[in-house]
Design a protein around this ligand. Structure first.
Ligand SMILES: [Mn+2]
Length: 341
């Protein structure tokens, strides 16, 4: 059962159905859950009778749709952050745990008559007038599906493809511990619409340009294992430099899956990839097997996330300084051996 108050659902449904213009936002550098949820709800709203403006966006400039999500349905709803209409009646945010995750579009969202947060992060900080937030949901897509149900809109295969993308992104294809029987039931419901789940999985997880292999090889060759770190539970880390990507002509947004290889090292409880973006900023991805809450580490360093997956952008551009900072933060982190991921 969703912990979201029925009155909150009702208020949002009323506001959406009476709105003339809606803006649906994913967080900056959107992942499959953010963009899939926003586009899925956008496509659903587009089937409602009556005239309303629906724009789906996220606050990045340049406005880059991650390559693994470029196939998502609903592209006609996507509006560049710099071209979004500035007078929406209702703004809905998807998968953003704090208002600064809206990037360039933060101010526009703040001054909207109604701002609704749709999310599942434990680190959600309470922004917005109404919160449709279920911290037990394994993906925002689960909350998005419930919103569509409460709007009385039937799923079609395009809406379902978007929501399924959110679901498999955040559950690691139903492998992570947030997955429940209800998650599989929802997947079954989405499959009933006839989505090509095999093609979706290939697009989302298994299609990379050749240059990715070169960057992956360099990053894996640079991996360090520190078995004494993270309270003795072990830490494996590497870095992906802008120069590595330049040689292999790989855009920044395609570096993210490298952490999923690095975190396989069974000697390490925590995995980290430090990624240098095109501006020289160091963006840090952290993964935990469950004993260490990496969201606490990331939040302490200005970021956010979940117990198992979190990240932050470093204030320093010096790699060894960032590595030292995280090593210290991991040593100070709360370690709960009772939770076995
Ligand atoms: Mn999510």
């Amino acid at each position: 059962m969703s912990p979201i108050a029925p009155t909150d659902w009702d208020r949002v449904v009323d506001a959406i159905t009476s709105a003339r213009s809606l803006l649906l936002l994913g967080h900056v550098s959107p992942d499959g859950d953010a963009l899939g949820s926003a586009l899925g709800v956008g496509l659903a709203l587009a089937t409602l009778p009556g005239d309303r403006r629906i724009e789906v966006s996220f606050g990045d400039d340049p406005f880059v749709i991650p390559a693994n999500l470029a196939w998502l349905p609903g592209k006609h709803l996507l509006t560049r952050a710099t071209e979004v209409s500035d007078d929406p009646d209702v703004v809905l945010t998807f998968d953003a745990s704090s208002i600064d995750r809206l990037g360039l579009l933060r101010e526009l969202a703040e001054k909207a008559p109604l701002l609704v947060a749709v999310d599942h992060h434990r680190s959600y900080d309470g922004f917005g007038q109404i919160s449709l937030v279920d911290v037990d949901a394994p993906a925002t897509a689960v909350v998005a599906r419930e919103l569509i149900r409460r709007l009385g809109i039937d799923l079609d295969s395009e809406i379902a493809a978007c929501l399924y993308t959110g679901l498999i992104t955040d559950t690691g294809s139903f492998r992570y511990s947030g997955t429940t029987a209800q998650t599989h039931a929802l997947a079954g419901e989405l499959l009933e619409t006839g989505i090509a789940f095999d093609a979706i999985a290939r697009e989302v997880f298994d299609a990379v340009p050749f240059g990715y292999l070169g960057v992956l090889g360099t990053a894996l060759g640079r991996c360090q294992l520190e078995q004494g770190a993270a309270g003795g539970y072990g830490w494996v880390w590497t870095a992906v430099l802008a120069a590595d990507r330049a040689i292999n002509q790989l855009p920044f947004d395609l570096v993210e899956p490298i952490i999923d290889v690095v975190r396989k090292a069974s000697e390490a409880e925590v995995a980290m990839v430090v990624k240098e973006d095109d501006l020289g900023d160091l963006r840090v991805s952290l993964r935990s097997k469950g004993v260490v809450d990496v969201s606490a580490v990331a939040i302490g360093l200005g970021g956010g996330g979940h117990r198992y997956a979190a990240g932050f952008t470093a204030t320093s551009r010096d790699l060894s300084e960032v590595v030292d900072t995280v090593r210290r933060a991991l040593d100070a982190a709360i370690i709960d051996p009772g939770i076995d991921g």
